[in-house]
Each structure stands twice: as C-alpha cells, then as structure tokens.
Design a protein around this ligand. Structure first.
Ligand code: SF4
Ligand code: SF4
Length: 298
C-alpha cells in the first residue's frame, strides 16, 4: 500500500471510530441517535421558518450550536459524506454489502427531506455547511447598499458551479478508478474536524488544511464546498428541485427584484427550482412586502 492509500485507510479507520456507522449494536444506537437529533432539528427549523421566527439571531444561534456540538465536540456529526464514501468502498471491495442497508436507510432519510422541503439539512444541520454559512456573514449581507459597497464577495453563476462540480467529481472518480478507491477519504474535509481531537495525527492534517481553505474561501464565495464540491450537496440539489414545500412568493410580491439581487445562489426568482436554496433568509429579510413564505401546502 502506497503512502496515499495508507493515509486514506487511516482516515477511514479514524472517522469510523469517531462516527461509527450502524452495523453493530453500538453503531446502531449511535446511528439512531444521530437520526433522531436530525429529525428534531429538522422539525424545529421548519417550525421556526414557518412561524417567521427564523430571525438572523435565531439562525446564527443554530449555526453556532451545530458547528460547536456537531463539528467541534462530536467531530463532524452528522457527516453526510460518510455513507456515500462507505457505498463506494463496499462496492469496490465487493464484501459485506449487507451492511450497506442501514447506510442506505440513513442516506434515504437525509435525501428524503431534500425531496420534501429542500436543503434544510444543509442549511442548519451540517457542521461543514454552518461553518461556511457563519463565515459568509462577513461579506454576504441582507442589505443592498452594504452589499454594493462591499468589494469582497464574488458571485458565481449556477451554470459555472454545476460545471466545476461535475468536472471535479469526474476527475476524482477517474483517479479513484485508475489508482485506488482509498484516495476518496482525502477529499472528505469533514475529517478535518477530527484533527482537533487528541491524539494528534498528521494524516488528519490534509483534511484540516482542506477545512481551513474552505473557511477562507467562504468569506469571498458563498458556501464554496456545498456548491462546487460536496457529493451529498450535488444529490440534494437534484432532489430539492422537485420539492414543493420551499420558499415561495405570495400575492403581496410587487416584483421589485430585491430578493433576486441579494440571493447568493440566484435561487430567489419566482420560477427558481430552489435546488441551491440554503434557507439563508437573506431574501426574506430584504423583502419590503413580507412576501416570501415557506409554502407548506405544496
Ligand atoms: S452541501 Fe455538503 S457540506 Fe454543504 S451543507 Fe450540504 S452536506 Fe454539508
Ligand atoms: S432563495 Fe432566499 S433563502 Fe434561498 S438561498 Fe436565496 S436568499 Fe437564501
């Protein structure tokens, strides 16, 4: 095994120690507990958004709780890349495919919520997502004047993010096919959260470095990892386009276009599919007519 495969193998072992998948009793209990936490977060966020109580302060408190508890204390729980990684590894080894069943259940539940209400998971429950969202607050405002003065935010169109995303996946999977499937964990920045958990291990430095780069990029580009590179995000984007229960304009809308100007992902247009809407609430905050609501009757 070469050095890269050794690091990949070591990352998988460490991630599984910290975030065991539900294929033994302890893992099953942890898996059910994490799903339970996610469902509570999910219902709580829907309730706040629907009641128009998801203010900037409330959202920031939720981002911080997710980042501190899920990211820093629990070392990246939930980690939506882990089941995807497991599927590839199990398919490559052609062993123990039975244990993919609980992994598939976890993924289906996460993706199922995208199909229902869009990217609530990415908006509030993903530690890496909330890490990027918090840093985006530096340069991505809910105020057109402030945003115009601010030279340090860069818009990237949806077409470009899609192209980069699929090109990146193509290159990574080509490498994995030609070289070794064990290079996949190197592209999982969630493992970077483990770096802060003793004992210190240099193999985690690559993922930690990835996390730092993503953090810095998030100040200038809105959620760069989610929009350019995350495989769960890519799947969730596709499914969320079918979600009916998302932010919609009401008849109070005067077509002033402010929400479209402020949305960092170009998803505020009335005919937008909302695949990349992270419930950041910038459109709701800027709307002078209070004409953007969560449509739960869809
Ligand atoms: S796209 Fe990926 S990194 Fe971003 S919030 Fe969703 S799961 Fe997390
Ligand atoms: S549509 Fe609104 S909530 Fe969704 S990403 Fe755009 S500004 Fe944020």
């Amino acid at each position: 095994m070469g050095i890269v495969e050794q690091i990949g193998f070591s990352l998988i072992s460490k991630t599984l120690q910290e975030n065991p998948l539900p294929f033994d009793t302890y893992g099953a209990i942890s898996g059910v507990f994490v799903l339970f936490l996610w469902l509570i977060t999910f219902l709580f966020c829907i309730m706040l958004i629907d009641a128009k109580l998801m203010t900037r302060k409330a959202a920031t408190v939720i981002y911080l709780i997710t980042l501190i508890i899920g990211g820093l204390i629990m070392a990246a729980i939930p980690n939506p890349l882990l089941p995807i990684q497991e599927i590839f590894l199990a398919l490559a080894s052609r062993n123990d495919l039975w244990y993919l069943l609980p992994v598939l259940v976890v993924l289906s539940i996460l993706f199922g919520t995208s199909l229902l209400v869009g990217r609530i998971f990415c908006g509030f429950a993903c530690p890496l997502g909330t890490f990027q969202e918090l840093l985006s607050l530096i340069n991505f405002k809910s105020n057109i004047k402030q945003q115009k003065k601010n030279k340090f935010h860069f818009e990237v169109s949806r077409q470009v993010t899609n192209k980069i995303r699929w090109l990146f996946f193509g290159v990574v999977f080509l490498f994995a096919l030609l070289w070794s499937i064990l290079i996949l964990p190197l592209f999982n920045p969630f493992s970077g959260f483990l770096f802060l958990h003793p004992p210190f291990d240099f193999t985690l430095l690559i993922s930690f470095f990835g996390l730092i780069v993503i953090g810095i990029a998030s100040i200038f580009f809105y959620r760069p990892y989610c929009r350019f590179l995350c495989p769960f995000g890519a799947g969730s984007d596709l499914l969320s386009r079918f979600a009916k229960n998302t932010y919609q304009r009401t008849e109070d809308c005067t077509e002033c276009g402010l929400c479209e100007k402020i949305c960092p992902t170009q998803e505020a247009a009335s005919n937008s599919k909302k695949g990349e809407c992270y419930y950041c609430n910038r459109c709701v905050e800027i709307c002078p007519e209070d004409a953007i609501k969560l449509n739960l009757d869809g």
